[in-house]
Design a protein around this ligand. Structure first.
Ligand SMILES: [Fe+2]
Length: 547
């Protein structure tokens, strides 16, 4: 079966294609439209569809619209209720329902030749759940799934068990209670962009003490039946509202730390409840809350599950894939685990070279681009690394990455300057999987998707200071040499030169812009930021005078 999955309604529009149970393509619309998150997460924008990514998915597989057996839409308007009935303050929410109901017609406009009857609505949290369980390495086995996000049709959570492709739901929390919306409210209160900048709150939390934890506990608690309550919190009484860009104080960091700590506590209780209910050993997670890598490590440690897999595109973008997997299973396909996060666009050597010629930049083709990059990094250069297919989900995982030497503490500030972003934001280490246990503990290893935090061994903290967060942790990406031979060779080359098996890896973009996706984006990013080298396919472009 050929199933095209669409996420459009709330935020992070995306498309994914599943052919005979195999995930062949998945991409976020922002990488094509060059508009961060694809659109604003407001009801007025709910009609916008991931047209470019959907068309690309079909082209990538050499399919026409007429070849599709189904198109999925990761929201079911038949399940929706008016916002005031849900206790949600959203006077324009009815626009979402109208646009969702008409999505089959809109999709037929966007994809000429599509029969609107081929469009299937998939409940939002079922789509998230499938993006966890049915994309995981354990697809086909018994596996539990925990979904937590801002909101779907009427809820913000689902706890269930997949047996084969069949989902049994054990608990689902109805709105207005939502851990995702609670975190979004705090994000907004701290002067950041709601539904977008939640990871900045997580970063800020590590600078604070959970001084307001008791107050937050009174408002946010699990109900003992697999669900939870989130009563409104008077944020202003705890820390003054921040305007965008305004300097934050100890109060703000302490508030972030308190909410983060409470989120972790409640998530652990929800996961424990699910494990006791199902008797399961393996948990999968999805929904935007599952991008909280600090919480993920604690859930694995304290919930009683033996193993935890988190969908790398855990936010709404992942529901494009999840809804497609759900319907593919329903149509009888045997599903395969997603092969990796590199499900987006890739470019041939010829295509890349054409872009370099068009830009008229001097470029060279070294014997081994991995060695050329390792040398540049060892000399303390910053490298824009563009290799293979782009990543699905918010993390750069060695395909569209900005790399630097982790041994110089000032490289954290330098990279944040290159990217034009806040100085309290951490950068992450990448390391070959076989070297990771020597340096990192706590958190699962290998960890290919950078979704957990790990402790850095004391002996290494001074050797890789740029990637060690203030609390002694790091958000590690491990690299499997068989799957990622080029990245592994670059890491080996760097270790041979410096004795350090770790390289800084952060996303290849500048502040407020989506990650680089095609060669033009890479050249534009390289052209506008003080980066020493662009390594694009087998070619390198050097910037003279920048170390
Ligand atoms: Fe969601």
């Amino acid at each position: 079966m050929k199933v095209l999955g669409i996420n459009a309604l709330y935020h992070d529009p995306a498309a994914a294609l599943v052919v005979d149970g195999v995930t062949v393509a998945a991409a976020e619309e922002e990488r094509f439209s060059r508009r961060k998150h694809g659109k604003r997460p407001v009801p007025f924008a709910a009609w916008e569809l991931p047209e470019l990514s959907a068309r690309w998915c079909l082209a990538e597989a050499g399919l026409g619209v007429g070849d599709l057996d189904a198109v999925t839409y990761s929201y079911d308007p038949a399940l929706a209720e008016p916002a005031d009935q849900l206790g949600v303050d959203d006077p324009w929410d009815h626009l979402r329902q109208t646009y969702a109901q008409r999505a089959p017609g809109f999709l037929a406009e966007a994809l000429p030749g599509l029969d609107p009857a081929a469009v299937r609505f998939v409940p939002h949290h079922v789509a998230h759940g499938a993006s966890g369980a049915l994309a995981s390495p354990w697809v086909g086995e018994d596996v539990d799934v925990l979904v937590l996000d801002g909101r779907g049709e009427c809820g913000s959570h689902l706890a269930g068990t997949y047996r084969g492709g069949d989902l049994t739901v054990h608990a689902a929390q109805r709105l207005p209670h939502s851990l995702g919306l609670l975190y979004e409210d705090l994000t907004d209160h701290l002067g950041f962009l709601r539904s977008s900048d939640e990871y900045k709150v997580m970063a800020m939390a590590s600078y604070g003490r959970p001084r307001f934890l008791d107050e937050i506990r009174e408002h946010v608690f699990s109900d003992g039946r697999g669900g939870f309550r989130t009563e409104p919190v008077d944020w202003q009484a705890l820390a003054k509202r921040l305007q965008p860009g305004e300097e934050w104080t100890e109060d703000h960091a302490d508030l972030a730390a308190s909410v983060q700590a409470r989120l972790e506590e409640v998530l652990i209780e929800l996961a424990r409840w699910l494990r006791e209910r199902s008797g399961g050993r393996r948990l999968t997670m999805a929904g935007g809350v599952a991008l909280n890598c600090v919480a993920n490590t604690r859930i694995l440690e304290e919930s009683g599950y033996e193993d935890l897999w988190v969908q790398p595109a855990a936010g709404d973008a992942g529901t494009a894939l999840g809804s497609a997997l759900h319907v593919a299973a329903d149509l009888g396909d045997t599903l395969r685990p997603m092969p990796g996060a590199d499900l987006g666009r890739g470019f041939s050597e010829q295509e890349i070279e054409r872009w370099l010629r068009t830009a008229q930049v001097p470029y060279e083709r070294p014997d081994d681009v991995a060695e050329a990059v390792a040398q540049c990094l060892a000399e303390d250069g910053v490298v824009a690394w563009f290799q293979g297919r782009s990543e699905y989900g918010p993390r750069a995982l060695g395909h569209r990455s900005l790399l630097a030497h982790p041994g110089r503490k000032e490289n954290l500030e330098r990279l944040n300057d290159v990217k034009g972003r806040e100085q309290f934001r951490p950068v992450a280490p990448m390391v070959r999987a076989e070297r990771a246990p020597d340096i990192f503990s706590r958190g699962p290893l290998p960890s290919p998707y950078m979704l957990f935090v790990h402790d850095v061994a004391p002996a290494w903290r001074d050797r890789i200071p740029a990637v060690v967060h203030v609390d002694g942790t790091a958000r590690v990406q491990t690299v499997d040499g068989e799957r990622e031979p080029l990245v592994a060779r670059m890491l080996e080359g760097f270790e041979r030169r410096t004795g350090i098996p770790v390289v800084i890896n952060t996303s290849l973009n500048t502040a407020g812009r989506p990650m680089v996706d095609d060669p033009r984006d890479a050249l534009e990013c390289f052209g506008s930021a003080p980066v020493s080298m662009l390594a694009i396919g087998p070619f390198v472009v050097r910037r003279p005078g920048v170390a």
